[in-house]
Design a protein around this ligand. Structure first.
Ligand code: 4AD
Ligand code: MG
Length: 430
């Protein structure tokens, strides 16, 4: 019977066939210890000369890393084994050989590994990360689908900027026209929210930022909910609920993978709403108190975010940034118009911003003024202005970067390991 390693506990005592690859082999006299992987897990298969005969035993002594094979044997519980089970081999079939596999159990440099990313993703650590990524994405979808949000896709080819013109990737688009890869689905999402009430977009987004940091990719995945009839507090409540649900789900279903990554789960277990909420002014005071050279009125830099997010044991919501450092679509706070009704959520342990959003500017005249002030071409935004001409209502939403979430939840140094094929300033291969 064909079995997947992740289901092995359900086959205790049975004879099964695992189809996979040889991850590692150790031999001692009359026994080969074969570590197999099949994508769903890793398991040790024990092959004794007595069980398979001299010839098959001798052949198995030449098997090398990443050989594709099927192993048939009896599942046996063993408390000392990884995953709690081993397989006593009765037969082994080789499907395809693999010689001189370039990624061995020894240490390799990160550039060497990134050049071989298509193979690196087979390693135990990378498999654990990609499975947690999957769980996070699944949890995000379940969260919104279970709350009346409608998935409404936004375009990737766009005619204009959303998050600032300096970070756009242009693409030739027939007859001398230029399209830009989307930086955010938000503007379309706002239109979708006026049609469907509560929506979310979930897709790849692109930033031509020349940032070479551990938090920046040029292509990343963002989930963006948007709600009609919502204010800043509704937006923060939603983001807080989402983050809490995602962390709880990973803790519930991916303990094994977190253990492979040696993640300190006690830090994640503390991530339960409500999260602390502070204003930009309070954040600025805290940074100055800590002796950082922070200049009031400017945006928070990477180091500022790191320091703030180390100060709290759970994500912290920073609201009311100066309107001047934020995007044109932010609604000013009526009580202090130089501040925006916005929120950035910083993950703990120094991970920095994972969510950015807020309440949108719903007043036509003010929005027109902002578009002019930001030097944006009004024609390109006529459709967006229509949303303020025909039944404008308070509304808002946010964007959460999946890779930054994965990096934080997995406890990784850098976002490059959070996506199968990272796109960065100096890397587009493989
Ligand atoms: O703060 P950002 O730029 O916000 C927006 O794009 C809004 N229009 C979203 C909205 O309100 N619908 O980006 C949102 C999130 C950030 O908090 C971060 O998690 C992630 O997207 N992000 C990046 N992740 C990886 N690499 C980059 N270069 C990123 N830039 C933003
Ligand atoms: Mg932001």
């Amino acid at each position: 019977m064909r079995a997947y390693i992740e289901d092995i506990a359900g086959h205790d005592g049975q004879q099964v066939t695992i189809q996979g690859w040889l991850h590692n082999r150790r031999s001692s006299g009359k026994i080969h210890f074969l570590i197999l992987r099949d994508g769903s897990g890793f398991i040790q298969a024990v092959m004794s000369k007595a069980a398979v005969g001299d010839e098959a035993f001798a052949r198995a002594g030449h098997l090398s890393q990443e050989t594709a094979l099927s192993v048939t044997g009896t599942v046996r519980a063993d408390a000392r084994a990884r995953g709690g089970y081993e397989i006593d081999v009765v037969a082994l079939e080789v499907h395809a050989e693999s010689h001189d596999y370039p990624i061995t159990p020894k240490e390799h440099g990160v550039d060497y590994l990134l050049d071989r990313r298509h193979l690196w993703i087979r390693s135990e650590r990378q498999v654990a990360i990609l499975r947690i990524r999957h769980e996070i994405i699944d949890a995000v979808r379940d969260f919104f689908n279970g709350r009346g949000f409608v998935l409404c896709d936004t375009p990737i080819f766009t005619p204009a900027a959303c998050e600032g013109t300096s970070t756009l990737f242009p693409v030739p688009y027939f007859d001398d026209a230029t399209a830009y890869l989307t930086q955010s689905g938000q503007l379309y999402n706002e239109a979708n929210a006026m049609a469907l009430g509560r929506v979310y977009a979930f897709g790849p987004t692109f930033r031509a930022e020349k940032s070479k940091t551990r938090r920046h990719l040029t292509e990343f995945w963002m989930v963006e909910p948007e709600m009609a009839y919502a204010d800043l507090h509704d937006v923060i409540d939603l983001a807080e609920g989402l983050i809490g649900a995602v962390v709880a789900r990973v803790l519930d279903r991916r303990r094994k993978e977190l253990a492979v990554l040696e993640r300190d789960v006690t830090r994640l277990e503390r991530v339960t709403p409500p999260f602390p909420r502070i204003t930009y002014d309070e954040a600025a005071a805290l940074l100055q108190e800590k002796g950082l050279p922070f200049q009031y009125g400017t945006d928070l830099g990477g180091t500022d975010e790191t320091v703030l997010s180390e100060h709290f044991d759970r994500p912290v919501c920073v609201t009311h940034y100066p309107a001047s450092v934020k995007a044109f679509y932010m609604k000013p706070d009526p009580g202090q118009p130089d501040k925006a009704l916005c929120v950035d959520i910083l993950a703990p342990e120094g991970y920095g911003e994972i969510v950015g959003g807020g309440q949108r500017l719903d007043d036509l005249d003010l929005l027109l003024q902002r578009i002019t002030e930001h030097g944006l071409p009004q024609e390109a935004f006529e459709w967006y202005l229509d949303l303020r001409r025909y039944g404008s209502v308070p509304h808002g939403g946010f964007g959460m970067g999946i890779e930054r979430c994965v990096a934080w939840i997995c406890g990784l140094e850098h976002v490059r390991e959070t996506i199968p094929y990272p796109r960065m300033l100096y890397r587009m291969y493989p």
